[in-house]
Design a protein around this ligand. Structure first.
Ligand code: UDX
Ligand code: ADP
Length: 473
């Protein structure tokens, strides 16, 4: 078999939140490697190639500085597959793997359509020996599917060009909003696989900036399962503290104080103990549901129930916040104007996938409220897309939903004449608002609902604003 493999050409399929930043950082540290990122979404590729770096398709602190150094030096974005797959020594698969909406496993299993298409394309166009790296979060044993497609295509192709493949799992652990830092200073790099030369080739890339002690090796399945488990553990902490937030509200405790006290225990640690409207993002829910699906499939119902409860608490938290808003507003929100502050699933990203703001906004609209939605990074088309998607499940006419909300970029304009403002994302700027001004803009009696601990209770009380803070009695 191949002994020492020197990687000169990389191709990454998928220019999304994972593929884009990951390849940018590799290109920055490895000027000797040529990297091409391919995406069939032309609009996205055009945005990656836009002269104006403020138009990159992804907002990620530190990203545009790196892109300005490496783009068209050794990092290229294209929607044309051309010969890139054929010419690459290593191919990263970074495509989307959303939850299936139809058919077997709908609502739980990942839709592997895009991963499978990539494998087929690589099988068809690959030449010589190619290392295929799974980067997207995938259900356990997906590498097997990829391998099967790759290996079987090499036997049946009549115009066979000599080709062989090795599959590695190298999950991403980057957290949006902090992705560049996570890529620059990872806690660990996990490489799962069987072929030592391929593992070494991938390791050599990371060694350009990551200490060897941080690179760990496992078999393929451990690598895939570690990714799912890491996300399940993180999500579990959030559901745990959110469940306690409800208890605090009815007992006179304060969840921030509890979270602080609990997190000081070294065995527990203080991170990921912030209460909020529930976790969003493309990974947590999907990964846990994948875990649940595979456990049920294997007859491990108790294990499946245990992890499923993390997702159930997350949905319950969102419903709980919506109910709290309605009940505080005297049980009636019909035609009341409510402002949603923050539509992304967390601060420092423009990503709205699985954002708690979607369900909460939708429920408020369905109950008759008129919403003004504001966010520093989201655009109205994206809000419409998300509300439309959730509405499709409910099967109401979208025109009715459209009439019930408008978007306003400016925070101060967004609160004008509102009966209540509802903080759903922890954008830093929300911590520094001019409350004297806001209190004069709102309709009386005015309410503030803070689910992200971004406001100061005493300050708001001085201004006679009615106040509800998550996890505070
Ligand atoms: C996550 C993992 O952190 C990352 O390692 C993995 O590779 C991808 O999934 P991401 O989804 O980008 O990253 O964001 P993360 O920071 O984990 O936050 C997820 C959600 O949890 C957000 O909605 C956030 O607001 C919420 N959260 C996080 C809390 O509610 N409380 C916390 O204490 C931390
Ligand atoms: P992630 O957060 O995992 O990066 P995204 O949805 O942001 O997910 O990005 C995945 C990208 O992969 C999308 O831009 C999509 O157009 C692209 N993609 C999916 N399948 C293919 C394919 N077969 N060829 C090229 N690009 C693909």
């Amino acid at each position: 078999m191949v002994n020492h493999i020197k990687i000169k050409n990389i191709c990454c399929i998928g220019a999304g939140y994972v593929g884009g930043p990951t390849m940018a950082v590799i290109a920055d540290h490895c000027p000797h490697i040529n990297i091409v990122v391919i995406d069939h979404n032309k609009k996205r590729i055009n945005a990656w190639n836009d002269e104006n770096l403020d138009k990159l398709p992804i907002f990620e602190p530190g990203l545009k500085e790196i892109i300005s150094r490496v783009r068209n030096r050794n990092l290229f974005f294209t929607s044309n597959t051309g010969d890139h797959i054929k010419n690459s020594d290593m191919i990263f698969i970074s495509v989307n793997t959303p939850i299936k909406t139809k058919g077997l496993g709908a609502g739980q299993a990942s839709n592997l359509y895009w991963v499978e298409s990539c494998a087929r394309e690589i099988a068809l166009k690959g030449k010589g020996f190619t290392i295929v790296v799974e980067k997207s979060t995938l259900p356990v044993r997906t590498a097997e599917t990829i391998k099967h497609i790759l290996d079987n295509s090499t036997n049946s192709n009549i115009n066979q060009v000599e080709k062989s493949f090795s599959v590695l799992s190298n999950p991403e652990f980057l957290s949006e909003g902090n992705a560049i830092n996570d890529l620059e200073n990872p806690d660990r790099i996990l490489i799962g696989g069987e072929d030592n030369s391929s593992i070494k080739a991938l390791e050599e890339i990371y060694l350009n900036w990551v200490p060897k002690s941080k690179i760990i090796h496992t078999n393929l399945w451990s690598s895939e399962l570690s990714k799912l488990t890491a996300n399940a553990f993180l999500a579990q902490r959030i559901s745990s503290i959110n469940s306690i937030s409800a208890l605090c509200e009815t007992t006179g405790a304060n969840v921030m104080e509890v979270s602080h006290a609990v997190g000081l225990d070294k065995r527990i640690g203080s991170e990921f103990l912030n209460p909020g409207p529930g976790f969003g993002g493309s990974c947590f829910k999907k990964d846990i549901l994948n875990l649940v699906y595979i456990c049920r499939f294997l007859g491990l119902d108790e294990v499946a129930d245990y992890w499923e409860s993390v997702v159930l608490i997350n949905s319950w938290q969102q419903k709980r916040i919506y109910s709290k808003i309605v009940s505080k507003l005297y049980g009636n929100i019909l035609n009341k104007q409510l402002t949603i502050l923050g539509f992304t699933f967390k601060s420092n990203t423009n990503d709205t996938r699985e954002s708690p703001a979607i369900q909460i906004s939708y429920d408020l609209i369905s109950e008759g409220a008129q919403l003004v939605i504001t966010d520093p990074k989201v655009n109205p088309q994206q809000v419409r897309f998300e509300l439309n998607r959730i509405n499709n499940i409910q099967e109401n006419p979208i025109e009715e939903i459209d009439k019930k909300w408008k978007f306003e970029r400016d925070t101060y304009k967004s609160v004008k004449d509102s009966d209540a403002i509802i903080f759903l994302t922890d954008w830093e700027e929300y911590r520094h608002l001019n409350w004297e001004e806001i209190s004069t803009l709102m309709r009386l009696p005015s309410w503030v609902f803070d689910t992200r601990n971004v406001t100061n209770k005493n300050k708001l009380a001085q201004l006679n604003l009615n106040y509800w803070k998550l996890g505070d009695c």
